[in-house]
Design a protein around this ligand. Structure first.
Ligand SMILES: Nc1nc2c(ncn2[C@@H]2O[C@H](COP(=O)(O)OP(=O)(O)OP(=O)(O)O)[C@@H](O)[C@H]2O)c(=O)[nH]1
Ligand SMILES: [Mg+2]
Length: 364
């Protein structure tokens, strides 16, 4: 819930209250149950809230039912009587994350990917609107009687999805060509992966000495891939790539839309899994990353865990977290990207791993 508040803060929204519902099982129609939804309507009205945000994914049916119960224009007299803002909105966690991505997207590619995810998200949610949208009559230029406003809108969105997907397919082809060229040149790629705000961009900035690489204390500051050639202690070099961070329940729509970006990870010879050692839930973020890597088919790529922000924790804490991760079979190196501590040890480990892979290839 704290993370949800942070996510909302990224959109300029402050949290005025929060509530938790305990149930044996989620309610198929409303997720939280009708009674709780009615209670939340009063809760929001009392706090003069503009949004009710669920830290879960709502199905289109659940969202539609909740809107019927809660929104001021809704049919129930209680809802109409509640003094909720007329612009009141109900959002779910995937939508919040997509909105942040939309706000952060800078390049044409990132913008296209976000647009694809948002449009795909919108289509199933249109169904609920179908009843509210009026039927258009038959006539010249329409598809004949029976076509509803919502069907026309849906077809328009589906066309948009096809167009964006085609453009992104070209991006993927271009990327594939670049990767093949790099492979032919024998350059290895090391991909930085990790939770959002764990320090990936700060690390690439420290390794490359390139101050133009953007790093800041906010969620999802990086949405694109940045690649830099980094010299290794033994004289070789490798390409290090920084990309979009992960988060709990990263919306599947975004994972699918960001395929071109995420494929950069799957093409890497080595992953540098960056963890924020100062986060209270560092081991939980570790399991979110390993789970996401498995989901995108990258869990069998060799990896090194860079336990970052070591400057913010005590030696005792460092030892505890590192030994937990080693017990899980990880190779761990402690670093501070901000203070450029431990970077040589990290590069030596990277070089050792890459040369192992080379000799393996040679032996085969
Ligand atoms: N104290 C300390 N802060 C760090 C360290 N590394 C990064 N930070 C800070 O952590 C914040 C996030 O850093 P980024 O490099 O932008 O993190 P990221 O993983 O690229 O984040 P996204 O692009 O959002 O996924 C920034 O405020 C950095 O200054 C570190 O070693 N020590
Ligand atoms: Mg970043």
């Amino acid at each position: 819930m704290d993370e949800l508040s942070l996510l909302l803060g990224s959109l300029g929204l402050s949290t005025v209250g929060s509530a938790v519902q305990k149930r044996l099982a989620p309610d198929a129609a409303t997720l939280i149950g009708r009674g709780k939804a009615e209670e939340l309507r009063e809760f929001c009205a009392a706090r003069n809230a503009d949004h009710l945000v669920f830290n879960e994914q709502l199905s289109p049916i659940q969202k539609n039912n909740l809107e019927k119960i809660i929104l001021p224009s809704a049919s129930t007299p209680q809802a109409a009587a509640s003094n909720l803002n007329s612009n009141f909105k109900i959002w779910d966690r995937p939508f919040v994350i997509m909105k942040i991505f939309e706000r952060r997207a800078r390049t044409a590619e990132a913008k296209l990917q976000v647009e694809l995810a948002l449009t795909r998200y919108e289509i199933p949610h249109l169904k609920g609107l179908g009843l509210q949208m009026s039927r258009t009559g038959a006539g010249i230029g329409t598809r004949g009687p029976g076509e509803t406003e919502f069907e026309r809108h849906r077809r328009k969105l589906e066309r948009k999805v096809r167009e964006i997907a085609k453009k992104l397919e070209n991006v993927r082809k271009q990327r594939r060509l670049v990767r093949e060229r790099r492979k032919k040149m024998g350059v290895s790629t090391v991909s930085l992966v990790g939770y959002t705000n764990s320090g990936k961009s700060t690390l690439l900035r420290a390794l490359s000495g390139d101050a133009t690489i953007w790093a800041e204390d906010r969620l999802f500051s990086t949405l694109d891939t940045t690649v830099r050639r980094i010299g290794l202690p033994g004289g070789g070099n490798a390409l290090f790539s920084d990309t979009v961070g992960f988060i709990r329940q990263l919306p599947l729509g975004l994972v699918a839309a960001f395929r071109a970006t995420l494929e950069e990870i799957s093409a890497a010879e080595l992953l540098l899994l960056t963890l924020d050692a100062s986060a209270t839930d560092v081991l939980e973020t570790y399991s979110v990353i390993t789970k996401t890597l498995a989901e995108i088919g990258c869990d069998n790529i060799p990896r090194i865990v860079a336990l970052n922000k070591e400057d913010l924790i005590t030696p005792q804490e460092r030892a505890t977290i590192a030994s937990c991760l080693r017990a899980l079979g990880e190779r761990v190196v402690l670093i501070s990207a901000l203070e450029a501590e431990g970077l040589r040890g990290l590069l030596e480990m990277v070089e050792g791993e890459l040369s192992l892979q080379d000799s393996w290839y040679v032996r085969c």
